[in-house]
Design a protein around this ligand. Structure first.
Ligand SMILES: Cc1cc2nc3c(=O)[nH]c(=O)nc-3n(C[C@H](O)[C@H](O)[C@H](O)COP(=O)(O)OP(=O)(O)OC[C@H]3O[C@@H](n4cnc5c(N)ncnc54)[C@H](O)[C@@H]3O)c2cc1C
Length: 480
């Protein structure tokens, strides 16, 4: 029987069916709790960023060193030590737990075989990245987690959006949802787990918190920040709302984008809207940061131009095909493909072409003289084998010299956001006085652990680890 005011009741109610929500539901179920997962999308669109991700989680071989690594990566923006402790110990359990659930887990041989932040103290804890069958992407992790819930008869209620937490003197006791049958209230005896993902698809929140003036989506359009707002409405404090992961992209339409990866050649430069270079174009992008000005900076945060020549055009596609990296909403869900020789994008007008650099500048609205000087200066650096201004390595200095010339507008591709309700090491959401909000837990991208730099496989790792903790804690509260 449901408590008065609720249409039905469970021990644990999980909001969102990505990696964090699935892990929370599975852990609560393992602890003997009755569980429901509420998911706003229909089944064929559900799973959030997890569904279109690489599906890999980092392998933590030394929790002690992992503590050091996380503290160093967070740098000037520390998170509470109980959070560091849980993250360091629980991420080390991810692969064992996934195997216990029946997953065929193997290390990726191609991606993230070592840490991106090798120079950072503690990085020796990083042993690579595990994924389902050792294969990245193609929705394999989402598929496994969805099956794992179904085989255990844990219901995922699709097409049902959580709209408001039910809260009172006893804390959070349930959630109001809007589904095919209209609005109902679901009670949660132990707790509600927020696992609704990030806010990268919410333009207002991107403007307010991330200050990225233009971006296309790499991930799920369902990342609209619902959980952040529901948590705020019951008094949650927020943490690191300005941290994120963007990467270089190309706008495909008004929402989604292609991942721009210049791994085939070096005959290019980047020009800002003044027509000038502004950075070492080959600086290693490390999950939303590049080393710049002697520190790590968020990058990219605004659009710019890729200027390249015929040699680069012929070197291969500017966006990797599924055979190389089967990830991203545009590729996996919309079926978008970039042409192997970039010709379709030239024909379609995505890439602008001209016989001279000056004509190219004219065509894209840059000052021809400035862009010509930029290209000449860059080509001089190529000839000298030394890029004095930006430190692009000699081996990566390929001249932009063979006509025709090309320009492509580069748009930050929004991977995901990191901020949301502040939580403690038991995944309990904290209010603005630092007190726990009874009955409210958060895990995954809605409230990621990362306040600054983050390495490969850190986000699925965080979602699985804190999802498990949230599910376990909410289930345990039922019997208290
Ligand atoms: C292209 C790409 C590749 C990536 N590759 C990797 C990788 O290999 N390794 C890694 O560690 N990280 C990777 N990431 C990041 C990682 O995928 C995410 O950070 C992580 O999957 C987030 O999991 P989550 O469960 O917190 O959120 P999500 O997976 O986004 O799931 C949130 C779910 O909540 C649902 N939801 C939202 N609002 C509501 C509501 N109001 N009511 C009910 N349901 C709601 C959504 O529909 C969605 O199903 C990648 C991301 C992208 C975009």
């Amino acid at each position: 029987m449901a408590e008065p005011g609720f249409d039905e009741e469970f021990d644990v109610v999980v909001l969102g069916s990505g990696a964090a929500g699935s892990a929370a539901a599975l852990a609560a179920h393992q602890a003997g709790a009755s569980v429901i997962v509420v998911e706003k999308c229909p089944a064929d669109q559900a799973g959030g960023n997890t569904r279109v991700s690489g599906g890999g989680w980092w392998v933590n071989r030394d929790p002690e060193r992992a503590r050091v690594f996380l503290r160093a990566l967070n740098g000037p923006f520390p998170v509470a030590e109980d959070v560091v402790d849980t993250w360091a110990t629980e991420t080390a359990e991810n692969s064992t737990w996934m195997r216990e659930l029946g997953a065929e887990v193997a290390m990726s041989g191609d991606y993230h075989t070592g840490p991106e932040y090798l120079e950072v103290d503690g990085s020796d804890c990083y042993a690579g990245m595990d994924c389902i069958k050792g294969l990245m992407g193609n929705g394999l992790l989402h598929g496994f987690l969805t099956d794992a819930l179904a085989t255990r008869d844990v219901e995922t209620r699709y097409d049902t959006r959580a709209i408001r937490l039910v809260a009172g003197d006893a804390g959070v006791t349930g959630v109001e949802v809007d589904g095919p049958g209209g609005r109902t209230r679901i009670g949660a005896r132990g707790g509600v787990v927020l696992a609704t993902g990030g806010f990268g698809a919410n333009r207002q929140m991107v403007n307010d918190y991330l200050r990225v003036e233009d971006s296309a989506l790499w991930g799920s359009p369902a990342s609209t920040g619902d959980g952040q707002r529901m948590a705020q409405a019951v008094g949650a404090d927020l943490w690191h709302m300005d941290n994120m992961m963007t990467i270089t992209g190309v706008r495909a339409d008004d929402r989604f984008g292609y991942y721009l990866a210049l791994w085939n050649g070096a005959n290019y430069l980047w020009a800002n809207d003044e027509g000038r270079r502004f950075v070492n174009e080959t600086a290693e992008t490390r999950h939303g940061h590049i080393p710049r000005d002697g520190t790590n900076e968020l990058f990219p945060t605004r659009p710019f131009h890729l200027i390249f020549d015929e040699q680069m055009r012929l070197a291969g596609p500017l966006s990797p095909p599924p055979a190389i990296l089967p990830v991203g909403w545009n590729m996996l869900m919309n079926g978008a493909r970039w042409s192997a020789d970039n010709s379709a994008e030239i024909a379609g007008g995505l890439i602008t072409t001209a016989d001279t650099v000056a004509d190219l500048a004219d065509a894209i609205g840059l000052d021809p003289e400035v862009l010509q000087r930029t290209v000449d200066g860059y080509n001089d650096a190529c000839a000298a084998g030394r890029d004095d201004y930006f430190g692009r390595p000699a081996a990566a200095l390929g001249p932009v010299a063979t006509a025709p010339f090309y320009a492509l507008r580069v748009t930050p591709l929004m991977g995901w956001s990191n901020g949301g309700p502040r939580r403690d090491g038991r995944a309990q959401v904290l209010d603005t006085d630092g007190q726990t909000i009874a009955g409210l837990y958060a895990a995954g991208e809605v409230s990621s652990t990362y306040s600054w730099c983050k390495d490969g496989g850190f986000h699925i790792g965080d979602a699985l680890a804190f999802g498990r903790v949230a599910g376990r804690e909410a289930a345990a509260r039922t019997s208290r």
